[in-house]
Design a protein around this ligand. Structure first.
Ligand SMILES: C[S@@+](CC[C@H](N)C(=O)[O-])C[C@H]1O[C@@H](n2cnc3c(N)ncnc32)[C@H](O)[C@@H]1O
Length: 386
């Protein structure tokens, strides 16, 4: 997110200004303290809670330790408040959890770093990969900027993932290299379902498949590998489309996969034999653009997909909706509501393939949403015209 006003501060009597970089749209801090390794964690916590940005000039690794120390203090304060509070229902617990996460992000986001226009982080022991990670996340810069250490660590983590890649068994173990801010298929169990779901016979005759909201392009690649003669994949996020292009090129599928910037369905009136969509699974407002792949306000994408599906399918064609029922266990959407939207869109359920998540969070009893997560089932709903 681009802020019109720069962040300004005074350092040893010299006035400084730099662009404020925040992907989550965190407001420009009003007060800045220049700090280093001599600052103790309790004072740092107090200053951050009061809204001071702490501009770090010490050792890079000490800054990371400070971030951990701040997180520890926030979590301890939260645990104390939780002990004193009355137990909550699942939906209330979810909203409370998100509020607490936002507050945590706000405080941790106040430990900040100054970089120059070439993405140089002039701190002792700063890793060399900062430059490449920052360049990949936010591209060319025209001048200095200030970013939270938390966001910077997000860029570094994404850069590592992008280089190493996420192995996708459903693609024969080929790696997908997610870009910063693009939904990563790291929870790949839904891809295993897609790999085994029976293809509609109409796909053999007709050949065309759509992948709605393609992200890294992983589903488009899978459909092409499973035999769709042509796949048109859409997304509203330019970075996702660039990522998907890289994926299909790396897999040699660029002649069979076309990428389009479109809201839900591709432009034009061509109908497809198979239309797949993996919308964000939770109906809630994203608190940053990066969360837009996880939270779908009022289930807009899910409902838009269902409403438009029938008119885009050839006779005998199928729509495959990938959805977890976590929202149901959290009390954010009911099964009856989902089935009502399916029927209301003139669709019927041809079948459903279910699987249980394998990721670590599903087993983490300390996770505030554990009660709902341990019951979560991820499904591919096979839908056809009623
Ligand atoms: C949960 S991610 C799924 C990505 C990918 N299909 C996968 O399974 O890994 C949802 C994707 O839908 C995209 N998206 C959100 N709203 C959209 C819309 N109205 N039209 C097209 N794509 C959309 C997001 O940018 C994101 O890449």
């Amino acid at each position: 997110m681009v802020n019109a006003l720069p962040l300004t501060w005074d350092e040893q009597g010299v006035a400084h200004a730099a662009r404020w970089q925040s992907a989550s749209g965190a407001p420009l801090p009003k007060r800045v303290r220049v700090v280093d390794d001599t600052l103790n964690a309790d004072t740092a916590y107090k200053l951050a809670c009061e809204g001071h940005a702490l501009l770090w000039r010490g050792d890079y690794h000490q800054a990371r330790q400070m971030l951990t120390a701040l997180a520890h203090r926030i979590d301890k304060a939260r645990a104390r408040r939780k002990l004193a509070a009355a137990p909550l229902g699942p939906a209330q617990a979810f909203h409370q959890h998100r509020k607490a996460q936002a507050e945590r992000a706000r405080i941790l986001g106040l430990l900040v770093m100054a970089l120059d226009g070439q993405h140089t982080l002039a701190l002792r022991r700063a890793p060399e990969s900062v430059k490449a990670a920052a360049q990949a996340a936010i591209g060319e810069q025209t001048g200095p900027y200030v970013v939270s250490l938390r966001e910077l660590l997000g860029w570094m983590g994404a850069w590592e993932w992008r280089q190493v890649g996420v192995a996708v068994p459903a693609l024969g173990g080929a790696c997908i290299h997610p870009h910063y801010g693009v939904y990563s298929p790291v929870r790949g169990e839904y891809l295993d379902l897609l790999a085994e779901a029976p293809l509609p016979p109409a796909l053999k005759a007709h050949g065309l498949a759509y992948d709605i909201g393609t992200g890294t392009g992983v589903i488009a690649a899978l459909l092409a590998r499973r035999g769709a003669a042509r796949v048109v994949a859409t997304d509203v996020q330019a970075t996702a489309l660039a990522n998907a292009m890289e994926t299909v090129q790396a897999l040699g599928l660029q002649h069979r996969v076309e990428l389009q910037s479109a809201d839900l369905f591709p432009l034009g009136s061509e109908r497809a034999a198979l239309i797949v969509c993996n919308p964000p699974w939770l109906p809630a407002r994203p608190s940053s653009p990066i969360e837009a792949a996880v939270y779908d306000p009022e289930s807009r994408m899910l409902r838009g997909f269902l409403e438009g599906l029938g008119a885009r399918l050839v006779p005998g064609g199928e729509g495959w909706l990938i959805l977890s029922d976590l929202a149901e266990h959290l009390g954010l959407r009911s099964r009856a509501e989902l089935e009502g939207w399916i029927a209301g869109a003139g669709l019927r359920v041809l079948g459903r393939l279910d699987t249980r998540p394998r990721h670590g969070k599903a087993q983490d009893a300390g996770d505030p949403l554990h009660a709902a997560r341990k019951r979560e089932v991820t499904s591919v709903w096979r839908l056809g015209a009623a």
